[in-house]
Structures are given as structure tokens and as C-alpha cells.
Design a protein around this ligand. Structure first.
Ligand code: ZN
Length: 316
């Protein structure tokens, strides 16, 4: 993990260049007032290392943690900040509780002998193996946000802005208007293929437009390298491209997985985890069919993405 200063008293820690894609997220620190951390990491060891980096900037433990959404790669280390104010979208706590039972299953899968697993399961197990799932303790938000809210952090303005539902039903960005820094959580995957668990592609594109309208100079995505508004526009273009391509196959009655094999990914073939295309095409199909509330079977989608991998059309 790497610590970078973004602006006066604002920092990010990124986790880039990993062998696998799933779960290597980014975090932020505002070193003003009693200090604010944006997101923890998947587990305690990673989060303890993260907080160790922040302690090099400010030795006192930050008093506030903001979770951009409930996914474990952004909240799994919350217990390392027990006693702090933990602020999140009003839907976040329920979503964390709903997934609390997953961590034991993840650990069991990570510990399983790969030879006993289906190929898709073995691939998921490999992505889960770097994390200490047993160390994840449920540490819920102590305060919830339902509309744009401003915090005064020792004179530094921190705006918490709920958006979506786009990636989850509890997306919220952290904006520092004076420093022109934006922490997007997973409303931005930069140079890696996004997955949406709730909401719609259209609402995600609307969220990207709303973030561009904030005119940030520095954008910290949930995953991928720090960027500017180019990163936001790049993901917006990806969704527009997938919607356009998916529409052609939908109108011809081609099944989702077959469509994914035929879609030319163009420049997006270079993004990490291009096989996640299947999530985005499935969601596009659901939306074309008027089903904007479809539930996503994560295990089924992951195994379909795995099956797609060898068949992806290479970039032109
Ligand atoms: Zn994430």
C-alpha cells in the first residue's frame, strides 16, 4: 500500500499492482481538526497497516471514520477505529448486517484445497486468500446520512453527499470543496471494470455526471489509481458503450453470455477484470426489460464472469 499527499492536509492510500483484482481498495485521510478517515480495508491486518501509515502523518487516532458504502473491502477493518464516530449512508448498517455471515464462508473457501473446488470457485478462492476473513468484526456506523451533509473539521469543510443507488443502495461520496478533492468510494472504478450490486446503470451515469459537476481536481476512486475528472468521464463512457453494444444483442434476442463473447471491448479490454463485462451486460438487459430491481446472484455472476474470461474478444 502506498501513501500519497493529495493537497494540504489530505492524503490517500492506494493498493495497486496486486496479482488479483477483488477487494484491493483505496482510503483517505483528512488531517484537520480531530481527523477523518475515508474507508477502512478488507480486514484488520490491512487496516492496522493503513492506520500505521496515517499515524506517521498524525500520531493521534482520527476521531471520525466515513464509510463510502457497506462492502467489506471498505468496512471490514472498521473495528480498528472502534470508539470513533462512524458515519455512513442511512442504508449502510442494514447492508453490513445482511452480509455479516459471508466472512466465515469466505474464510472456508480461501482455506479449501483448490483441487476439491470447481474451477470458478477455485478462482474466487484465490482472490479471497490474501485476506484475513476471521479478523473481520461487525463494527456498524454510529451516525447515518440521508441527504448532503457538511462537517466542520477544525475549519476544513467536508461534504458527505449520498448518490445512486448505483454501485450499492448506500453510496456516498466525500467532497472537500476547498481543496478540490473527491473520494468517490466505488462510484468510480478507475481503469478497472465496475460491478453494480444495486441501482441502475442510468443512475450510475447520473452519479458520475454529478461528481464531474463538483469540478474536483483530484479524484480518489474506490479502486484503481488516483485521477482527475478524466477517470469519471472514462467510466461514464464505458457504461454508455456497454449500453449501446448490449442493446444491439438484446434486440436480436441474443443471450447475455453469448453477447459478452461477441462484444468488442475496444480500449476497455485493457482495464483490469474485463470479464466483469457480464455483470454490466446482465444489468443492461435487466434495464431494457424494465426490471430495474433485479437481484444479483453474486456466486452465479462470478462463475459466469470466470467462464467468459478465455472467450473475451481481444481489443481491436
Ligand atoms: Zn470496493
Amino acid at each position: 500500500m502506498e501513501l500519497t499527499q493529495l493537497a494540504d492536509s489530505i492524503y490517500a492510500v492506494t493498493q495497486l499492482g496486486k496479482a488479483t483484482v477483488l477487494g484491493w481498495s483505496n482510503s483517505g485521510l483528512v488531517d484537520s481538526g480531530d481527523g477523518l478517515v475515508v474507508d477502512t480495508f478488507w480486514d484488520r491486518p490491512l487496516t492496522d497497516e493503513l492506520l500505521g501509515l496515517y499515524a506517521g502523518i498524525r500520531p493521534e487516532r482520527p476521531g471520525t471514520l466515513v464509510n463510502t458504502h457497506h462492502n467489506v473491502d471498505h468496512t471490514g477493518g472498521n473495528s480498528a477505529m472502534r470508539g470513533a464516530r462512524i458515519i455512513a449512508h442511512a442504508n449502510c448498517a442494514a447492508a453490513m448486517q445482511a452480509e455479516a455471515g459471508m466472512h466465515g464462508l469466505f474464510q472456508a473457501l480461501a482455506d479449501a484445497d483448490p483441487a476439491t473446488l470447481e474451477p470458478a470457485q477455485a478462482a474466487l478462492a484465490e482472490e479471497l486468500r490474501p485476506f484475513d476473513h476471521a479478523s473481520v468484526e461487525l463494527e456498524l456506523p454510529t451516525e447515518s446520512v440521508v441527504e448532503a451533509t457538511e462537517l466542520d473539521l477544525g475549519g476544513t469543510v467536508v461534504r458527505l453527499v449520498p448518490m445512486g443507488p448505483a454501485h450499492t443502495d448506500n453510496d456516498m461520496v466525500v467532497h472537500l470543496p476547498e481543496q478540490n478533492v473527491l473520494f468517490t468510494g466505488d462510484l468510480l472504478f478507475n481503469q478497472c471494470t465496475p460491478i453494480g450490486w444495486a441501482g441502475t446503470t442510468q443512475l450510475w451515469m447520473d452519479s458520475l455526471d454529478a461528481m464531474v459537476a463538483l469540478e474536483p481536481e483530484v479524484v480518489v476512486p474506490g479502486h484503481g489509481p488516483v485521477c482527475g475528472t478524466d477517470g469519471l468521464l472514462g467510466l461514464r463512457d464505458y457504461f454508455a458503450y456497454v449500453l449501446r453494444e448490449a442493446r444491439v444483442f438484446f434486440d436480436r434476442g441474443v443471450a447475455v453470455d453469448d453477447a459478452c463473447r461477441q462484444i468488442d471491448l475496444g480500449p476497455y479490454g485493457e482495464w483490469e477484470a474485463p470479464e466483469r463485462l457480464v455483470f454490466n451486460v446482465q444489468r443492461s438487459y435487466n434495464e431494457f426489460a424494465g426490471d430495474t430491481d433485479a437481484t444479483i446472484d453474486a456466486a452465479d455472476m462470478m462463475s459466469r464472469a470466470f467462464a467468459l474470461k478465455p472467450a473475451l474478444k481481444p481489443a481491436r
